[in-house]
Design a binder for this molecule. Structure first.
Ligand code: 5GP
Ligand code: ZN
Length: 115
């Protein structure tokens, strides 16, 4: 837990968010500045700052984030048409919140390569 972490505060209910899924090890909520018709963030309950901090014992947890992402996308009808998951790491990728989060974006067509 980091005292100044925005997503720890959302997890703890200190900052409101539109929570769409919650279990004992993860939480998913709507992004405040959506970049697509579906833009959900899936976070581990436990504070992990960046992808660089993922340890071997976290690999099941990180896999779980993808399982949650796929479930949400499926429920919203995006499984067959497709959707994008993104996890940014540090400055060059544009990470702004240092508690890992999987962006789950859908409802439009995405370009490749990303900007
Ligand atoms: P990053 O740039 O770190 O990959 O993604 C951070 C994401 O968090 C951004 O998409 C941004 O819109 C979202 N975000 C920032 N502050 C808040 C907030 O207070 N509430 C919610 N729900 N999302 C936030
Ligand atoms: Zn945190």
């Amino acid at each position: 837990m980091a005292d100044d972490c925005l997503f720890c505060k959302i997890r703890d209910g200190q900052i409101p968010a539109k929570v769409v899924y919650k279990d004992d090890k993860s939480l998913a909520f709507e992004d405040i500045n959506p970049q697509a018709p579906m833009h959900v963030l899936v976070i581990p309950t436990r504070h992990i700052p960046t992808i660089n901090d993922i340890a071997t014992e976290d690999t099941e947890l990180v896999g779980h984030l993808f399982e949650v992402a796929a479930r949400i996308a499926r429920e919203r009808g995006h499984a067959a048409t497709g959707y994008r998951t993104v996890m940014n790491c540090n400055r060059n990728a544009g990470q702004t919140v240092f508690h890992i989060h999987l962006h789950v974006l859908g409802g439009r067509t995405f370009t490749w390569p990303p900007g």
